[in-house]
Design a binder for this molecule. Sequence first.
Ligand SMILES: Nc1ncnc2c1ncn2[C@@H]1O[C@H](COP(=O)(O)OP(=O)(O)OP(=O)(O)O)[C@@H](O)[C@H]1O
Ligand SMILES: [Mg+2]
Length: 291
Amino acid sequence: MNSFSELQRSLAATERVFEVLATEADKPDRVDARDAPAVVHEVRFEGVGFEYNEGRPVVRDLDMVVAGGSVVALVGRSGAGKTTVTDLVARFHDPTQGRILVNGTDIRGYRLRTYRDLLALVQQDVFLFDGSVRDNIAYGRHSATAAEVENAARRANAHDFIMALPDGYETVVGERGVRLSGGQQQRLAIARAFLASPQILILDEATSNLDTESEQLIQAAMAELLAGRTTFVIAHRLSTVRRADLILLLDGGRVVERGTHDELMAARGAYHGMVVRQMASDEADAGGGLR
Ligand SMILES: Nc1ncnc2c1ncn2[C@@H]1O[C@H](COP(=O)(O)OP(=O)(O)OP(=O)(O)O)[C@@H](O)[C@H]1O
Ligand SMILES: [Mg+2]
């Protein structure tokens, strides 16, 4: 089962996905395209630029080398280009300048379907369809056994709340089913990602405020999910960027600062200012800030 196509189909209600399907239709695989590798050792951006409309670049001159298994955090104000960068990794769009390589090969040289199989996305707005908890977790991998689904749910810190639902894993959720809290929905999305076991993980961290317990459960599950996977995270939480191997602060599609949390704090630039402002303020989300 192609988990990514499944995801796209299931998300087909959202505008964004029509765009994805159209883009995909526009890009047949090259005749010499190869299967994507089983293991990602490196993701490399070389002079990557992207413009939705000609003459209006929203990503400019982006260079980065990401070792397999490491975590890149993208931060910056709204409109800075964070989502666009992750969309390029997912090949929802191809760069209009430069190239992105995985294990030294331009990702356009891989069969798209096999490349997408390397990826999983955990989005801000979790999509649950009308179906059982089990189906919702397994929808990237319908062949998963009950034990695999349960194992993924345990790792996502979701098993206990699922067992407390009226019919456990068979409980119907979604519009017509049991309403889950934001934190519970996110943990189902994390369980889904565990089951998919991607080489490359794209995480658009939720900005919503969760209760402290949910927040801790999610943070713990997320930390485990990230381990050993090449991760691009659009980060809103200080705890996430602290853990990242590389932080890119974007502004107007450009990297204005890069480094680890400690390096950027020592540099006392814009990132430092953002963190200090955030710590000084109890406001949960200040548009591209951290919390
Ligand atoms: N489909 C599109 N067509 C044209 N312009 C777009 C499209 N999507 C995004 N943009 C523009 O590209 C720029 C970068 O957008 P992007 O969504 O990558 O920002 P972001 O950093 O993810 O912002 P946010 O924090 O609000 O999610 C913005 O100026 C945005 O208006
Ligand atoms: Mg975004």
